[in-house]
Write a protein of this length. Structure first.
Length: 152
């Protein structure tokens, strides 16, 4: 835990334009990934390849379940990263991590709305909830690290 606290102290020394540039780059990546039509085929190929690496294969019903789980974990993790980057970029203060969470969820909602206009994609409120859970996990972790750092 102390290593993370020291790292968080050094991270604050990074120029603001680099921190906000990281946020914008990550948001652009999310947008580009959500603009892909037929993304289910891409994740299906990824799951099949990963299973092949460990010497396993899956029949279509099992493959669909694994693909679903990986896609939802992808949602969770990409918005956890976004919330962490936002928390890093925002000025320290009482509402820093709550603001990071709120901005990440707002981006998730706009991303799902955007997907409604992409061929073969569907934007769903359930994905916004999953994204929000990932963002909340990162925000809570960031807040905990910040508290630990203040106690030092």
């Amino acid at each position: 835990m102390q290593a993370f606290v020291r790292l968080a102290g050094r991270a604050a020394d990074v120029p603001r334009w680099v921190r906000w540039g990281s946020v914008l780059a990550w948001m652009a990546l999310i947008y580009l990934l959500s603009a892909q039509s037929n993304s289910g085929e891409h994740s299906s190929a990824l799951v099949t390849w990963l299973l092949g690496l460990i010497g396993l294969s899956a029949e279509p019903p099992g493959l669909a379940a694994m693909q679903f789980a990986i896609r939802k974990l992808g949602h969770l993790s990409e918005y956890a990263v976004l919330a962490a980057l936002l928390g890093w970029a925002l000025r320290p203060g009482q509402r820093r991590w709550a603001t990071a969470w709120g901005l990440a969820v707002a981006w998730a909602a706009t991303d799902e709305w955007h997907q409604a206009f992409v061929p073969n994609r569907v934007g769903t409120p359930a994905d916004v909830v999953i994204d929000g859970v990932g963002a909340a996990a990162a925000a809570l972790a960031g807040q905990g690290l910040e508290r630990a750092r203040r106690r030092r």
